[in-house]
Design a protein. Structure first.
Lengths: 329, 344
């Protein structure tokens, strides 16, 4: 089947004249795909414009509205979206979109409660309440996007709780809090894999695995890399990252072969090794701009180290590719 | 979808030659690693490239006691650029070493252009040097990323020079890049100029976003001539799409699309209309990367509209709600006409 890529190659080879390029591109254009794409773009931009307009309207009038009007508007919208979700069916796309709208409006309602009554609550309490209140809808929705929203809200709740309670009380460091948010992602990823193995097909979209794997590794990478440059730590972040890389590598190279997920693991591991190398070079030789020999040596060793790390990563990915791609769906 | 035999017969192309080209392309595609592998390898190659720049800088300024960049450093930059270009030509345009040579050439060109600019105390001289480098890349390399970076560097330095010289109507001048870039995409020369065309498409919205974020100068974000040029490019693309439709649908589709374009584009800055034009170009050609680029730029302009001081929040809210209703009505209309057609 011909694609635009082939048309470009034929044009470069001089087989299609420039004047007929557009006709050629139109001949191979997947009209059904682009019709669907344009419909989705219309829906997404329509909803985005409408919601942005509503937000702007309230931003303009908000101070002048009475408290009862504020609650009536937000709660009215909340009730309307819940009814819409029920009428449209929470197993169908439009119903799930309405349910996500209701979940977002729940957060808005909590913010309005905090604003009107000046409850003095910490931000983590708002997000924790939000997490709990939308949990039943999330459990009922069978929508991966709804679950993703719930995870983001839960992650923010934990991050605020850590920042506002655990860090001031000296129970955790800021980096340990960041790593614990990454662990939520890891827990969600494990749950996703178990649920799919148990036959929950609605979670089976590959994007759910890849989004969770990337987010987990990224959230665990930063605290681990940060302690490489600042040793003042109990090392929990480092253990979390190393375990995640080891487990992720083992699972996505062997048990549930997935080349993209395995590549994420290798990529973050390589970046971590670069960070370790930079720290070691800094400790042993130094990156002082006013001393010629150490600086030139350090820069040279950094080049060699990055070539070595990413060269090995490239070899590893190449050797994994054939085996994994043959097994993966 | 059409197969190669049908395609060749309808376009009068030699099927054997076309098959050879398509098979060669398929072999390249099979050898190329997936995009996420290329991202990982690219990050590694660029870290290495930055380390090389630091190494060369340390060698020059600490080892050879250079005080500031001059023609000597420009020559060293040019040598790195040439080395990256020549070594990169000998490899397929993917993988770690290809990315590394791309980074080497881009770093070399940046060093050479910056050195010339600093030595001459002129941004225009730096832009000219980068433009020469971009021409060399276009002529001598098939690395799309390197062409994009070299053209982008030349454009960026040229815009910086124009800002420094307080060139009037800069946003309007840059808006002309939009129809030129679109024309290159629609009537491509044999040598692949799409990366440079992408730079041309992005110049105006990129400058408008930069101005919006960092207040570079007055009147860079909004201008009626720039809006008119972007709108004309968008209408041209709508017409190109419309003329392929069946005669019964043609007029209605073109008018509806044009009205939607006006409704969405008019309240927002001209960069947003440029984003719509990029999305329309993607739709006409069937190019997903362009579609994603246009969508992201449109989202940025929608977000930044909140901070636009040209209208009150009430006016902006009414505009946005009106546009949202029109877009959703269009969505409902298309959906219901699809259902009606499938029933009949």
């Amino acid at each position: 089947m011909l694609t635009l890529r082939h048309i470009n190659a034929l044009r470069s080879a001089g087989l299609i004249p420039a004047a007929r390029y557009l006709d050629a591109a139109a001949a191979v254009r997947d009209a059904a795909f682009w019709r669907q794409w344009s419909l989705r773009a219309l829906l997404a931009f329509g909803v985005a414009h409408l919601l942005a307009g509503i937000v702007f309207f309230f931003a303009y009038n908000w101070a002048d509205l009475s408290d009862i009007a504020k609650f009536a508007i937000v709660e009215g919208a909340l009730v309307a979206t819940v009814i819409a979700a029920l009428l449209l069916g929470i197993d169908r796309l439009h119903g799930q979109v309405a349910m996500i709208g209701a979940s977002v409006l729940t957060g808005v309602l909590l913010a309005v409660i905090g604003q009107v009554y000046q409850t003095g609550a910490d931000a983590y309490q708002l997000f924790a309440a939000w997490t709990l209140l939308i949990l039943p809808w999330t459990l009922a929705s069978r929508s991966a996007a709804q679950w993703l929203l719930w995870l983001v809200v839960a992650g923010i709740a934990l991050a605020f709780y850590g920042e506002q309670v655990l860090v001031p009380e000296g129970l955790l460091t800021e980096m340990e809090v960041a790593a614990s948010v990454g662990l939520i992602g890891a827990a969600a990823l494990i749950s996703r894999e178990l649920a799919v193995l148990a036959g929950q097909a609605w979670l089976g979209g590959r994007w759910t695995r890849l989004v969770l794997a990337f987010a987990t590794l990224a959230l665990l990478f930063w605290p681990a890399a940060a302690i490489v440059f600042d040793w003042d730590s109990r090392g929990i972040e480092l253990i979390c990252f190393v375990v995640a890389v080891g487990a992720g590598g083992s699972v996505y190279c062997r048990r549930l072969p997935d080349y993209a997920a395995a590549t994420f693991v290798i990529g973050f591991a390589a970046l971590f090794l670069i960070a370790v190398g930079l720290r070691l070079i800094d400790e042993t030789v130094g990156f002082e701009w006013d001393e010629a020999v150490p600086m030139i040596t350090s820069a040279g060793v950094t080049i060699l180290w990055s070539v070595l790390v990413f060269g090995v990563a490239a070899k590893l990915m190449r050797s994994l590719r054939l085996g994994i791609e043959q097994v993966a769906p | 979808m059409i197969d190669l035999r049908q395609f060749c017969s309808s376009f009068g192309i030699d099927e054997a030659a076309a098959r050879q080209t398509v098979d060669g392309e398929a072999e390249d595609a099979a050898l190329a690693p997936p995009w996420y592998v290329q991202v990982v390898l690219g990050i590694g190659a660029w870290i290495t490239g930055v380390a090389i720049v630091v190494f060369v800088g340390a060698l020059l300024f600490l080892g050879f006691d250079y005080d500031e960049p001059d023609l000597g450093t420009a020559i060293i930059g040019a040598l790195l650029f040439a080395a990256g270009l020549v070594l990169g030509r000998q490899r397929p345009p993917f993988g770690f070493m290809a990315q590394f040579y791309c980074a080497l050439a881009a770093a070399g060109l940046s060093i050479a252009a910056a050195s010339i600019g600093l030595e001459q105390r002129s941004l225009a001289a730096a832009a000219a040097a980068a433009a020469i480098g971009a021409f060399i890349v276009i002529a001598g390399s098939r690395d799309a990323l390197l062409q994009f970076l070299a053209s982008g560097l030349a454009a960026w330095l040229g815009i910086a020079s124009a800002l420094d010289g307080e060139v009037p109507y800069l946003i309007d001048i840059l808006a002309v890049g939009l129809p030129i870039g679109a024309s290159i995409y629609l009537h491509p020369p044999r040598r692949d100029l799409r990366p440079t065309a992408t730079v041309l498409l992005l110049m105006m919205p990129a400058l408008a976003i930069a101005d919006d974020l960092w207040f570079l100068d007055d009147g860079l974000s909004d201008s009626w001539p720039a809006r008119a040029i972007a709108m004309a490019a968008l209408f041209g693309l709508i017409w190109l799409h419309g003329r392929r439709l069946p005669p019964s649908d043609r007029v209605i589709a073109i008018v509806a699309l044009a009205l939607l374009a006006v409704a969405v584009g008019l309240p927002l800055p001209p960069g947003a209309t440029a984003a719509l034009a990029i999305m329309m170009l993607a739709f006409v050609l069937g190019s997903l990367p362009l579609a994603i680029t246009g969508t992201l730029i449109e989202i940025v302009f929608l977000w930044r509209f909140y901070y636009d001081l040209g209208a009150t929040l009430l006016t902006k809210s009414l505009w946005l709600m009106g546009v949202g209703v029109v877009l959703l009505a269009a969505y409902a209309l298309v959906l219901s006409s699809d259902r009606w057609r499938s029933r009949t």
